[in-house]
Design a protein around this ligand. Sequence first.
Ligand SMILES: Nc1ncnc2c1ncn2[C@@H]1O[C@H](COP(=O)(O)OP(=O)(O)OP(=O)(O)O)[C@@H](O)[C@H]1O
Length: 256
Amino acid sequence: MALEFSEVSKSFPTQGEGSLLAVDNVSFRVEEGEFVSVVGPSGCGKSTILSMTAGLYQPTSGEVRVSNELVTGPNAHVGFMLQKDLLLPWRSIIANIEFGLEARGVGREERRARAMKELEHCQLSGFEDHYPYQLSGGMRQRAALARTLAINPEIILLDEPFSALDAQTKLLLQNSFAKTIKEAGKTTLLITHDLSEAVLMSDRILVLSERPGQVIAEIKVDLPHRDQPIKRRVLPEVGEYAAQLFKHLKLEEKAA
Ligand SMILES: Nc1ncnc2c1ncn2[C@@H]1O[C@H](COP(=O)(O)OP(=O)(O)OP(=O)(O)O)[C@@H](O)[C@H]1O
């Protein structure tokens, strides 16, 4: 099992005596190589679930396991990528990709070789000596993915990596990420507000309730082309899956 949440709850202390329950008794499993998206209303605990997977927060109760090991703190099993690419502006792209390896004490030659391989996987060959400001938003996100993959994590956590991009760049980047991740065989957890993105990229979608977040539905996306969202996009069933999500999230009622 790549990832397992068992009856996980998380509350945060609030000012004064009380506490705020963000995640309520959440259980789910993610198989090795599976791509799972988490959708749900704003503030329902999606990022908290990612942070607990990365070991940045500890559950208040319940257990999180990555590769069958209890997560007790930040660890090398997990690679985290955010909406903002967080590339270091003073480092070239290749030096940015090498950053995590450097921090882990990997030697110079191996570092460069692994970084060059990921640069290629993320379709950035020829840009190794460029600086982040010289790249487009989409390219920067690909560089950030290369940096995440370079440390060879068992699980990749993506927190809305496409949300700041225009529609066309987004589609191309979703495609590029999907292909790279499938080829690398990485288990992936994606947080997104974009319901069609969830359908286009996932094997399975977890739908969370309003805060405190509980899993209210698990939808298996039984469609081909997980590695090519651009191809999946034209399948008629995509709309049906999106409508299912819409219904679970009660979006029509909320709009009325
Ligand atoms: N470190 C923290 N301290 C206190 N409260 C927190 C902390 N982190 C998150 N929360 C609270 O927990 C709840 C869930 O937050 P979280 O960021 O996980 O939601 P989300 O579903 O990712 O939201 P969004 O979709 O808006 O990004 C929110 O009410 C938030 O204010």
